[in-house]
Design a protein around this ligand. Structure first.
Ligand code: GDP
Length: 136
């Protein structure tokens, strides 16, 4: 079993597709082991995405992530990190495969509906950023 960290981003919450995304997560066989709706401050978004702080899109990305509520989750399944990234699809919805969440619910590379950890080390950091051990 493996755990990964996932977000239903502010664009998807605003569009009213949170329930549809949760249904797709459960239908794919993930166990939801933690979930909370939060509204990140700009500083909290900057801390979460600190690895991207030198990138030109950092300001826009952290403005977007702090623009409204999002849903943070811990998902569990065999090979959960890869399985969740496969379900999300490519970072840019225009390049995402049909049937993926970003293809179906994302509008652009900035507004791409979901987030998922990309490796065991990032999953550990990201789960720890939003959840206390006792909550999971
Ligand atoms: P992810 O793991 O697929 O979410 O992609 P990354 O961790 O590389 O990037 C984090 C987020 O930053 C992505 O989900 C995008 O919303 C945004 N992003 C990544 N690359 C770019 C880019 O080249 N341009 C813009 N505008 N946004 C980007």
């Amino acid at each position: 079993m493996e755990r990964t960290f996932a977000i239903i981003k502010p664009d998807a919450v605003k569009k009213g597709v949170t329930g549809q995304i949760l249904a797709r997560i459960e239908a794919a066989g993930f166990r939801l082991c933690g979930m909370r709706m939060i509204h990140m401050s700009k500083a909290e978004a900057e801390g979460f995405y600190y690895v991207h702080k030198a990138r030109p899109f950092f300001g826009g990305l952290t403005d977007f992530m702090s623009s409204g509520p999002c849903v943070v989750m811990c998902l569990e399944a065999p090979d959960a990190i890869k399985k969740w990234r496969d379900l999300m699809g490519a970072t840019d919805p225009a390049k995402a495969e049909p049937g993926t969440l970003r293809k179906d619910f994302g509008a652009s590379i900035d507004n791409n509906a979901t987030h998922g950890s990309d490796a065991p080390e990032t999953a550990a950091f990201e789960l720890g950023y939003f959840f206390r051990g006792m909550e999971l």
